[in-house]
Every structure is written in C-alpha cells, then in structure tokens.
Design a protein around this ligand. Structure first.
Ligand code: MN
Length: 731
C-alpha cells in the first residue's frame, strides 16, 4: 500500500510549495472511514484510494485534487456526507467528490437515451471542473489494473466501457500513457486470446529486440553527437493494442509489423527537433510519405512531434519521433502538463479547474457545453458529443439500442457487414431513424440503423468505393472474386453450348461422354471450369474448343451409311467421288469441284476443313472459321493440301505507307524476292501524305505470304500491311 510519505514525496517532486496538510489529514481520514472494508482482491479498501491519489500525482494535480482522489469513495461507500467533507476539508473538495461520485453512477452500456443523458452529465462535470474527470480517469485506471478479481461479466462490461469511453477521453485529453494503459488493460479482457498471443510474441524476442534497440540507439546517439546535438534516444515496443490495431487494419500477422518499436529522440529545444531530423535524414534514407510535422500542425489534442521512418542502420525500417522535452511532457501528461508549462512563469497555478475553460486546446469542450445542444433531444445531443470526442469515428445504434462504432464515412453497407456477412451480402438499403436511405448514405453519429435486405441483392464493385470499414471491404472483395469465377464459367458454358448447337452438337452429351474434359485436357487446362472461364473472359474462342470436339473421320463415315436424307444424298455422292479415302487432297484431285470459302479464304499451309455443298462440290474453310462452324456438322469432310502439286492462289495485299519516292519499287522488290508474282498494283495517295498501295499477288502458300508480309512491314515508310478479300475471284 502507498504510504503517506510516498504520496507526499510524489507531490513535492513536482511542486515544492504543495499544501501538504490537507493531504495528510485526508490520508488519516480515509484510513479510519474505510477500515474493515476490503476490495475483491482481498486488499484493504484504502489501498485503492491511495493508489488513485498516486496516479493523480502523475498528472501533477493540485492539492485539492489529491485530497479528492483519497476521499473519492467516502460518500458512496462509507456514508460520509458532502457537508461533513465541506467542513472537514473545503467546499471545493466536497464539490469535487460530488462530481466524481456522480460520474461513478454513470453507466454507459445502456440504451441510447440513457447513454445520452449520462454523457451529458459527464460533459457538464468535465466543463464544470476538468479535475473531476481527471480523478475519475485515475480511479478507472486503478480499477482496470485490478479487474481480474471481478466476475467475468463485470470484467467485460467495465473493459468495454473503458475501451469505448475512457481510453478515448484520455486520448482526447492528450494523456498518452494513460490512454495506452487503458487500451491494453481493456484489450486483455475483451480479446484475451489475441492479447496473450501478442504479449507472448513481444516477450519471446525480448532479448533480441533489446539488443537491437541498444545498437540502434547508440548509433543514432553517436550520429547526433558528431553534429553537436544532444538528443536522448530511447526505443520501446508499442503498446499491445496498437500492435493489434495495426494487424487488424492492415491484415498483417505479427511478424509483418515492421514498426513494432517506436524510437524517440527528446531534444533540448524546438529548433533542435528540426536539426535532429536533418541529421537523421542525412544519415539514413527517409521513406517517402512517412514524414509528419505535428510541430507545425499539432494534433487536436495538442500533441506535437516530428514523425519519420527511415531505412535504419541495419537496413530495416525505423520509426522515429522527435520532440522537445516540453512536447514530450505534453504528449505523456496532456492537459496536466499544459497548465504546468503555461503558468510556469507565475509559479504553480492554482486554477487547474479553469484549464479546460481557458486553453485553446479544449475549445471543443467549451463550445460544446456552451452550445444549445446541451438542451436538445438526447439522441441529437449524443451525436454532437461523440463527434467532438471521437472525431475519427461515427457511432450508430442497432434497432435494439446497441451502440456500434465505425470509421467515419461508414455507410449502411458497413453497418450490415458489421452485423453479419450474410446481411452485408444482401444489403439493399437501410432505414435510418425511420427514414429510408440509399446505400451510399453516410452514417451520422446517433443514427439508429435498420438494415433492409433482399435475397436477390448482391455486392457489386461500386460498393468498394462506398464502404469505409476494412471488414466490409474484405467481405465484398471475397464475394466478388468468388462470383466472378462462377459467372465467367457459366458465360463460357453458355457460349460454347450455343456455338455447338449451331452445328447440331449437344454440350451436355459431350460433357457426359467425357469429350469436353478431353478437349480441355488437350488444351492444357486442369479442369473444364478453367477452360469455360477462359471462354467466358474471351481469352479463347469457342472455335478453338469446337475443333477438338468434332468427330473424327471414321465417325463421319459411319453416319454416311444411315438413312439418306436429301443432304446426305449429296454428301454420299461426294463421298463416293472422293473414293474410300477419309481425307481429300484438295489440290490433287481434279474431279472434285472445290472452292475456297470467301469468309476465311484459306491458303495452302493453313489447317482446313471441307464442307459438302449442294451442287457446288466442297467448300474449303480454315479450321476454326466461325462461319464454317455454324454449318451442319454432317457436311464436314476431312481435307488436306496436296503438297506434291504446286498451285498458286491469287490474294490481295493492301499496304498503307508514307507517300514517298521509291517506296513502290521497294515494295515490289519485297514481293518478288519472296517468290511471288505481282498480278497488278495500284497506288492511291491520301491528302495526309500517306499512300494506299493495293497489290494482287499470286502466292503458293501461307508461309510464303507471311514472309512477304513481314518483309513489307519491315520496310521503312510502311505503316500497315493487310490481306484483303478478292471479291469476284474464287479459285
Ligand atoms: Mn474508486
């Protein structure tokens, strides 16, 4: 237990002129009043109030505040009256104890209206005298430290209230150490498993990390000394809850958090902060976008510092905060340090209670209390209060009155996903405070949100631009990915079935017989779905698949012996003309009439298919030609080029070139060098200095054409080479 001597030593350490007498009397008073009372931990009750008083000295509070810290539970727990305290100590102390007692009765885990009312009370108390809240925060800190002795249900209630209300308040008042401690203590009870995991991860590599901190700190110190700067360098792991928040927000595992350790350099003056930053940036490469000047632009709670991240001495990222001693004190002690510095010239300030009123830093509190909002409807009031207290967050209620916190900018979709991913996936809109709103409505503090769902509603890409929470983003992305895959598969299947149907094939039959799978395997796909998905995405054409699904020649022959329809008669006649051979040498057989299809105009060397036509012999198409695929598959006949017979095909080449002297001659050279004869050539100049050259050329096969096209394309001045159809000429 904290002895009186310890307590007095703590107060005189920051204020030698401290009024010790009331503290001594209060210490004796509570020993007597709380005697016989014990805490859940089994310790004497008075140990709690002395600890709270010691915490209050850490905030460097004044004599009345320390006395109040000691007396804060007497009215509620020992039956002492306010009048008695007023006589025994002072009216000021009595009023402070009254404030703390009232705050103690506030229960934040209640319905909206009650919660609003409670907030109103707390704010009034804060504005009335900020010391009430500071003592309350010390009380809560000690209660959190001893929370393990309470029942599990009370642990959860108190921990979540601390996380939602008191830690943000400590943050808003700029008391960093208390905010961190309250967060970690709440975190421990709210998410015990994750807390333990992180604590263990931090502990296991303690020695390694301390060595690293030691090495880095001494290197930084030496660098500063060489530049005649005397900053004090320290490094320590961040608090567990901020590590968790980082992991959670960025979806990282513990090992991926590179800035686990925050290095801090405390300088002698503001100017030294910038000089130190210059030295650090000269010695180690800063990471762009990570430098923040909170000295020039302090955070709303008054926090000042320079933040930077550099590639440190050992090649890993090092996060460094640079601040003066004064800034450091303000960062750690917040409002308490603020008044200490503000009035340091005039000696120890006595009017701490007015700090909240007089300081620009707490203008938000003053404005709030003085505004009409205090008298407005509780829900509206609540929204205004929470907005001011927790500016980065928005609070909304479920219809059952449960209060949920979101990043500001959150929409009904964020709300829906928070409740359940199924509700999010089917979120159609919401009724906010009874009014129907659109999906992109931005939740306002105090809104009561009732999500409207529909089975037919699904997430869309647009939702990603609307939502504000990472939880919603993750779920939407997962849904879209899943959906895209199954959608492209079904589109692919539909396209393939449709094109197969045109040539009288049935997808389902081919699938059941295993032929679709065989085709997908032959194309190198692991399964049919991946192949269908590629079709759906347009990465491969249905024709590429269909050519692999066509029956081989033997099947076709079998069909020829069946019942003769009109078309089969033609087919059979042609087949007889082709003799017994399953394949036809196109260029080698003179008695078969064939022609080259206009649609794809195949050249010797191309892969080809023959189609038997009514009275016009066989039309030769390129394999995979989409028009050919739409014909009756029973008319397909296998054909191949007869390499032994040399023949020439007339084709037309159109060359777009610059209109310059000599280019036509150069192009003609290319063509004749490629072994082809030019039948005709035409040149048409265009007004923009270009020329369209049309050549009719006799070529032997497709590879010869490719060579000619390539050499034309490589000519200087040639822009584009295209093969065009010859309209009247066929063979
Ligand atoms: Mn207490």
């Amino acid at each position: 237990m904290i002895s009186l001597a310890e307590l007095l030593q703590a107060v005189t350490a920051y204020d030698p002129d401290f009024d010790r007498d009331p503290v001594q009397r209060a210490y004796t008073f509570v020993q007597k009043k709380h005697s016989g009372q014990t805490r859940a931990s089994g310790e004497p009750y008075v140990s709690h109030v002395t600890e709270v008083a010691l915490l209050a000295t850490r905030l460097q509070l004044d004599s009345s505040s320390i006395v109040t810290a000691l007396l804060h539970d007497t009215v509620e727990d020992t039956g002492v009256t306010l009048e008695h305290l007023s006589e025994e100590f002072s009216p000021e102390v009595a009023s402070l104890v009254d404030g703390v007692t009232k705050l103690n009765k506030i229960n934040f885990s209640s319905q909206a209206e009650k919660q609003a009312e409670n907030f109103r009370k707390m704010l009034l108390a804060m504005a009335e005298d900020i010391r009430v809240l500071l003592i309350k925060l010390c009380d809560r800190t000690h209660n959190m430290r001893t929370l393990e002795y309470l029942s599990e249900s009370r642990q959860l209630r108190i921990a979540s209230e601390t996380m939602e209300i008191y830690a943000p308040l400590a943050h808003r008042l700029g008391i960093n150490w208390m905010k961190s401690e309250l967060e970690d203590l709440s975190f421990r009870f709210l998410k015990p498993k994750i807390y333990m995991d992180i604590r263990e991860s931090v502990a296991t590599r303690k020695e390694e990390r301390e060595n690293y901190i030691e090495r880095t700190s001494s290197l930084v110190t030496r660098e500063l000394e060489q530049n005649n700067l005397s900053g004090e360098v320290t490094g320590r792991p961040k608090n567990f809850y901020s590590i968790y928040r980082k992991m959670d927000l960025q979806g990282l595992v513990f090992e991926e958090i590179y800035d686990l350790i925050a290095f801090r350099i405390i300088t002698d003056s503001l100017m030294d902060c910038y000089a130190t930053l210059g030295v650090i940036h000269a010695a180690w490469k800063p990471i762009p976008g990570r430098f923040k000047d909170y000295i020039a632009m302090p955070k709303p709670n008054g926090y000042q510092s320079l933040h930077t991240t550099v590639i440190g001495p050992e090649g890993s990222r090092v996060e460094i905060q640079i601040r003066s001693q004064e800034m450091h004190d303000i960062a750690e002690r917040g409002i308490a340090a603020h008044w200490a510095y503000k009035d340091s010239q005039e000696g120890r300030p006595t009017e701490i209670k007015d700090a909240a009123r007089n300081s620009a830093q707490f203008a938000w509190l003053r404005d709030l209390v003085e505004s009409e909002s205090l008298h407005s409807d509780p829900v509206e009031f609540m929204s205004i209060v929470k907005e001011d207290l927790f500016p980065e967050e928005v609070y909304a209620f479920t219809p059952a009155g449960e209060l949920l916190a979101f990043s500001s900018g959150a929409t009904p979709i964020d709300f829906a996903y928070y409740i359940h991913s199924e509700i999010g996936d089917h979120c159609l809109g919401a009724r906010v405070n009874g009014q129907q709103v659109a999906l992109d409505y931005q939740l306002q503090n105090g809104d009561t949100v009732e999500v409207i769902t529909s089975r037919s509603q699904h997430p869309s890409k647009d939702w990603l631009n609307i939502v504000a929470t990472s939880k919603a983003k993750q779920r939407i992305r997962a849904w879209l990915k899943n959906q895209e895959q199954s959608k492209s598969v079904s589109v692919g299947k539909e396209l393939l079935s449709r094109d197969l149907k045109k040539i009288k094939f049935n997808y389902n039959k081919l699938y059941k017989s295993g032929e679709v799978e065989a085709a997908s395997e032959s194309m190198g796909y692991g399964d049919v779905d991946s192949m269908l998905s590629e079709i759906g995405h347009g990465k491969i054409a249905t024709d590429d698949v269909i050519v692999r699904l066509l029956p081989d020649e033997k099947d076709l022959d079998d069909k020829l012996t069946g019942e003769e329809t009109a078309i089969q008669k033609i087919f059979n006649r042609a087949a007889r003309a082709f003799g017994e051979r399953a394949s036809v040498k196109v260029n080698g057989i003179n008695d078969v009439v064939f022609r080259f299809a206009k649609c794809c105009d195949p050249l010797p060397g191309d892969e080809i298919l023959g189609f038997v036509t009514r009275g016009r012999g066989v039309t030769i198409h390129r394999r995979g030609c989409s028009q050919a695929m739409s014909y009756d598959k029973r008319r397909i006949i296998a054909v191949e080029w007869d390499d032994k017979v040399q023949s020439f095909r007339r084709i037309r080449l159109q060359v777009l070139s610059l209109d310059k002297i000599g280019i036509l001659a150069a192009m003609s050279h290319c063509i004749s060098n490629g072994g082809a004869n030019i039948v005709s050539a035409q040149v048409a100049a265009s007004p923009d200095g270009k020329a369209v050259n049309t050549f009719e050329v006799k070529v032997e096969n497709s590879s010869q054409l490719e060579i000619i096209k390539n050499s034309l394309e490589n000519l200087e001045g040639v822009i584009k080479v295209e093969r065009h159809k010859i309209k009247k000429e066929e063979v």
